[in-house]
Design a protein around this ligand. Structure first.
Ligand code: NAD
Ligand code: MG
Length: 384
């Protein structure tokens, strides 16, 4: 029996994880589930899976959660401390909170030496160096759920990155791959969240549309696989069938293929080092028939350049990039800025904030809060 905690259980990744876990009750047991605000779904999931602990991040909803769990033998808790308790309650922690809100709980799991199935890329982008240092000290293991990094992890098959000459992250190009800059200036939030290949939460869907998602993934890959930015390429591949590639020193290239269904990488991490059935549709290569590749367009998708620059600059630049992006995406979804202003605001923030990365998590979180405040102040200048 593997004991699993799911941070962000009510989201897209969290729900897919629950589906897989519930389909294999002989292999998995749920210790804890967490959610931001959705008490009803959290309580229903916790009861159905007989979780031991249910955590709502919003402390004002603790009474509501207690009421919803009345009669069930499940501990109800709320707030950051309880999220950290959930994060240390299992053998395998699925980190599926969106944004730097997940950083504290992920770090708690790292500090406790847990195995972490990482979907929450923003946590690694913001505090990668600290997280890896701590993982090295405690023996915590980060296993990638993000499909590209999971693909690379599978292609590496335990081999050292010494023999790798380059990583190639594939990108679908998002819903605006073929749009002109003029068309992109006028897109709406509902167009941006309608991803052609993947069904995901709103924030990552907008990130896919700006291609900031690939920028964040570049930084994520740098941390997970210890390769410099210059050896990580990005290739647009609209079918999302090849999830990423590894090129070895001898010229061999290995790729991982599959249907675009997050249950495949999640299942890989849940069962690792074994394998499990996921219910994902089998890939029919005859039906796919062709695979296309394009170079990403740095003009229409400036987020890629900004992420590379932030990674090259180091320090807190990736944290600032991520914080500004989170605020800008929220503002775009709320209708207060236009689509191109997302990258515009990030670029502006990178020019005005340039600090070293603090050496403790509370200081990192304080800097993240400061970057968010500053980004919110800047929003006015970018107002739609
Ligand atoms: P989502 O919006 O569907 O779900 C987010 C989850 O986090 C929810 O359970 C929500 O309750 C919780 N949450 C949000 N804010 C919180 C806060 N302040 N405190 C505590 N909990 C909070 O998002 P998602 O699409 O499932 O993505 C989750 C993470 O996985 C993101 O980092 C995303 O980049 C990454 N990811 C997602 C996909 C995908 O296919 N959805 C693929 C690769 C990586
Ligand atoms: Mg991805």
């Amino acid at each position: 029996m593997k004991r699993i905690a799911i941070l962000g259980a009510t989201g897209s990744i969290g729900s897919s994880t629950l589906d897989l876990v519930e389909a294999a009750p002989e292999r998995f047991e749920i210790t804890a589930l967490t959610a931001a605000t959705n008490v009803e779904k959290l309580a229903a999931d916790a009861k159905r899976t007989r979780a031991k602990l249910a955590v709502i991040a919003d402390e004002r909803r603790l009474d509501e959660l207690r009421a919803a769990l009345a009669g069930a033998d499940i501990e109800a808790a709320a707030g950051e401390g309880a999220l950290c308790q959930a994060a240390t309650s299992a053998d395998l922690v699925i980190a599926a909170i969106v944004g730097t809100a997940g950083l504290g709980p992920v770090m708690a799991a790292v500090r406790a030496g847990k195995t972490i199935g990482l979907a929450n890329k923003e946590a690694l982008v913001s505090a990668g160096a600290l997280m890896l240092e701590e993982a090295h000290r405690t023996g915590a293991v980060l296993l990638p759920i993000d499909s590209e990094h999971n693909a690379i992890f599978q292609c590496l098959a335990g081999q050292d990155c010494d023999r790798v000459s380059r990583l190639i992250l594939t990108a679908s190009g998002g819903p605006f791959r073929t749009f002109t800059a003029e068309q992109m200036a006028r897109v709406t939030p509902s167009q941006a969240v309608a991803h052609p290949n993947w069904s995901m939460g709103a924030k990552i869907s907008v990130d896919s549309a700006t291609m900031m998602n690939k920028g964040l993934e570049l930084i994520e890959a740098h941390h997970l696989f210890a390769l410099p930015e210059s050896r990580i390429d990005i290739l647009v591949h609209p079918q999302s069938v090849i999830h990423s590639l590894v090129e070895y020193a001898d010229g061999s290239m290995l790729a991982q293929l599959g249907s675009p269904d997050m249950r495949v990488p999640i299942g890989h991490i849940l069962a690792y080092p074994q394998r499990m059935a996921t219910g994902a549709r089998r890939l029919d290569l005859l039906e796919v028939a062709r695979l296309d590749f394009e170079a990403p367009d740095p003009v229409r998708f400036p987020a890629l350049r900004l992420a590379r620059e932030a990674l090259r600059r180091g320090g807190s630049a990736p944290l600032v990039l991520n914080a500004a992006n989170e605020i800008a995406v929220e503002a775009f979804l709320g209708g207060s800025i236009h689509f191109p202003a997302i990258a515009g605001l990030v670029e502006e923030m990178l020019t005005i904030m340039d600090r070293p990365l603090p050496s403790t998590i509370p200081d990192v979180l304080a800097l993240d809060a400061e970057a968010r405040d500053e980004s919110r102040r800047l929003l006015e200048r970018f107002a739609a």
